[in-house]
Design a protein around this ligand. Structure first.
Ligand SMILES: [Fe+2]
Length: 463
């Protein structure tokens, strides 16, 4: 390099060697990452997982090497120092941005609202939101035909608000406002009184990994289909909303609420507890949600379809409180319901090698006898980061773990497999008369699979 003739020859050689080393290192990494990505996934979008280490590599080697070479070209020490300051500032900003964001959103803020049900979907609606400071909280609400707002006040000062509106009319649209959050009005519908058709979305595993999640893109696709293609009535998340629920990770709840808000302010959002929310206890999960049960298992009936939400993170043994509750709940509701849908985080069975393949069959052994007895139609789970549809003794088990977290689970085929694919996705589930239809969609709207989860109650029930 002739422009370096004025510089110390040892310094020039060192810089050239350093630059060559890092460029070579990156080229090697690129080749390895491409090879690994294609070998593991066979699809280019997943190469990103192997390319992520580029960022620290660039910061550590390529950027300073490039700076050094540029600086060597310059005659002026003043310009060299100026460039060095800019470089240090950029690296500091980059490295400091994430901790600053994390600290800024550690504590609950004025966020929401988001809806759920703590009681009968026909006549109630639970409105939730958070506030930066404890307050009693207030919801103003009215049916769309009325002018006057009614007011519901909380009775305990808190930063996590859950106010249930009661004595509502079925199949009715209501308007509500949260004065603490501003003057924006939101709408919701109560459940129909009869066996009407309806549609909902199920998905799971949106948590960030290393600060990265595609939840925003998944939710945007859900929002598009819900607003443009066909309306939906509510959303089920099969768990793993956050990577870590506790202190130092408040930003994850902040991001989660921000993402779900566009739909969850007008569509109830129901959750099965994931292992990541259960880390260190369920205190944070309990603070953010109220599904009307002191335990993380609950049920509801919507348009005569019975939904059961279990916790795969709690004891499911036959004598456990959860198992006893499940048996009682299905005895009371199974016969009179059109369909039964059960949601819990860790699936009955998976053929994913990275999640232990068939090693843990305890849920399968403990739950399947009850599911068979009461002819459950559809089981929704997550935990494994892909789409997997198994048929277990006539019961459709769908793992819908493509909600945003990195997809490291590889499709594998087992004897019960109907369909499997590693892709970001969600499931639209439509109830039409005697038909329960599941359609798994990729983010571009293309369909992974569509099937009918037939009414199992009419089939012979194995022993
Ligand atoms: Fe999980």
């Amino acid at each position: 390099m002739p422009f370096l003739h004025q510089m110390n020859s040892n310094g020039v050689k060192f810089m050239q060697l350093w630059a060559k080393f890092w460029v070579g290192y990156l080229v090697l990494w690129l080749l390895l990452a491409t090879g690994c990505g294609l070998w593991f996934y066979g699809q280019f979008p997943y190469l990103v997982y192997f390319l992520i280490p580029f960022v620290p590599l660039m910061l550590m080697g390529v950027v300073p090497a490039s700076y050094g070479l540029i600086a060597l070209q310059l005659q002026s020490w003043r310009t060299r120092i100026f460039l060095l300051v800019i470089y240090v500032l950029l690296v500091t900003l980059f490295l400091g941005a994430f901790p600053a964001y994390r600290n800024a959103h550690e504590a609950p803020e004025n966020q929401g609202p988001y809806l759920s049900w703590a009681s009968d979907p026909k006549t109630t609606m639970t409105v939730s939101w958070t506030t930066a400071a404890p307050s009693l909280g207030m919801v103003k609400w009215r049916s769309s035909e009325k002018e006057e707002f009614q007011i519901k006040m909380g009775n305990v000062e808190t930063r996590f608000h859950h106010l249930s509106l009661t004595d509502l009319s079925p199949d009715t649209t209501y308007t509500y406002q949260i004065p603490e959050l501003g003057t924006q009005s939101y709408l919701f519908n109560t459940a129909p009184a009869a066996d009407d058709d309806f549609s909902f979305i199920a998905y799971g595993d949106n948590r960030p990994f290393g600060g990265i999640s595609k939840h925003g893109a998944v939710f945007a696709a859900m929002e598009k289909t819900a607003r443009i293609d066909e309306p939906i009535d509510f959303i089920i998340n099969t768990g793993d909303l956050v990577e870590n629920p506790g202190q130092g990770h408040g930003w994850q709840w902040y991001d989660f609420l921000n993402t779900i808000m566009p739909l969850a302010a007008s569509h109830p959002y129901l959750v099965s507890l994931g292992n990541h929310e259960a880390r260190g206890g369920t205190r944070y999960y309990d603070s953010y949600f109220d599904f009307g049960s002191p335990d993380p298992w609950y049920s509801m009936t919507y348009a005569n379809v019975h939904f059961v939400f279990l916790s795969s993170e709690h004891d499911l043994n036959t004598e456990s409180p959860q198992h006893t509750w499940l048996e009682t709940d299905l005895e009371e509701n199974a016969e009179k319901s059109r369909f039964i849908v059960v949601s819990f985080h860790q699936p009955l069975l998976t053929y994913s090698e990275s999640h232990g393949r068939n090693e843990d069959l305890s849920r399968h052994e403990l739950l399947m006898p009850v599911f068979r007895q009461h002819a459950v139609d559809l089981v929704l789970s997550g935990h494994v980061h892909f789409y997997e549809h198994l048929l277990l003794d006539g019961i459709h088990s769908v793992t819908t773990g493509g909600g945003g977290v990195l997809l490291w689970d590889k499709p594998a085929i087992g004897p019960k497999t109907i369909k499997t694919e590693t892709a970001f996705h969600f499931c639209r589930i439509t109830v039409t008369g005697d038909e329960l239809r599941v359609r798994a969609e990729r983010l571009d709207g293309s369909v992974i699979e569509e099937f009918i989860a037939s009414r199992q109650r009419t089939l012979p029930v194995p022993g």
